[in-house]
Design a protein around this ligand. Structure first.
Ligand code: PEP
Length: 250
């Protein structure tokens, strides 16, 4: 079984003062054997966050990147820039970027390829909207996103996050049965796209209103190899119990 990863996505939240939370998260991560822990703060906090976690097992990541190495792309950040700032991973294709920045599967794939080529771990997000789930299309939507968004090389630095859009930031989570069904389908798709051995190793995270109260049961579902956590990653008090729940499964 792949080592679980608990990754926090701070979105457009946080400040230098909030980096005190990273100290407390890093202290907890040192005690959480067998779990990888990451925090993805806004770009401006990556470098100071990296300094905070030096010598600890916590990795710092970005929330987006561009596929080009450099150039006339106002407002974007390249993977090389993330690496220079000390990031070790990057989230690509988060539903908020797919929705508000109109990112396509093709763009997400190019970002993931660039991230992996730069030595970063790419967390590729997929997930259906509520209308798509109600129409019985959840599995088909996720399969289509995977086919379009996944790089076919560098599986050792690839993570997939299944995040049903309707569960993000809403306090609603998918049922364990629904999570099990989609994660099993993702595992099958990963094996088909990447080959059997590589597809078996890629971690599949669940994301969508994960918190201290529901983490243990979600992390116990087959093929759930960790969690991508938004709101509950902003404070150590909310995030550390999720890391501990992952450690307890080991
Ligand atoms: C996310 O944005 O990736 C996320 C899962 O958010 P939340 O945990 O707040 O639902």
């Amino acid at each position: 079984m792949p080592k679980p990863l608990i990754a926090g996505n701070w979105k457009m939240n946080g400040s230098r003062a909030a980096l005190a939370e990273v100290d407390a998260i890093a202290a907890a991560a040192e005690r959480a054997n067998g779990v990888d822990v990451a925090i993805c703060p806004p770009f401006t906090l990556i470098e100071p966050a990296v300094r905070k976690v030096e010598g600890t097992p916590v990795a710092i990541g970005g929330q987006d990147c561009h596929w080009a190495e450099k150039g006339a792309y106002t407002g974007w950040t390249s993977c090389a820039m993330l690496v220079e700032a000390g990031a070790r991973l990057v989230i690509v294709g988060h539903s908020e970027r797919r929705q508000y920045a109109h990112e396509t599967d093709e763009e997400v794939r190019r970002k993931a390829e660039a991230a992996i080529a730069a030595g970063l771990t790419a967390i590729v997000c997929v997930g259906e909207t509520e209308a798509e789930r109600d129409a019985g299309e959840a599995e088909a939507v996720v399969a289509r996103q995977l086919r379009g968004s996944l790089p076919t090389d560098g599986a050792e630095r690839l993570v997939v996050a299944y995040e049903p859009v309707w569960a993000i930031g809403t306090g609603r989570t998918a049922s364990c049965d629904d999570v099990a069904a989609i994660h099993a389908a993702i595992r099958r798709d990963l094996r088909a796209i990447l080959g059997d051995a590589a597809g078996a190793q890629v971690r599949i995270l669940y994301g969508g209103s994960v918190n201290a109260g529901n983490a243990a049961e979600l992390l116990a579902v087959a093929d759930v190899d960790g969690a991508l956590v938004g709101g509950a990653s902003l404070t150590a008090a909310a995030f550390v119990p999720i890391v501990e729940a992952a450690a307890a499964q080991g």
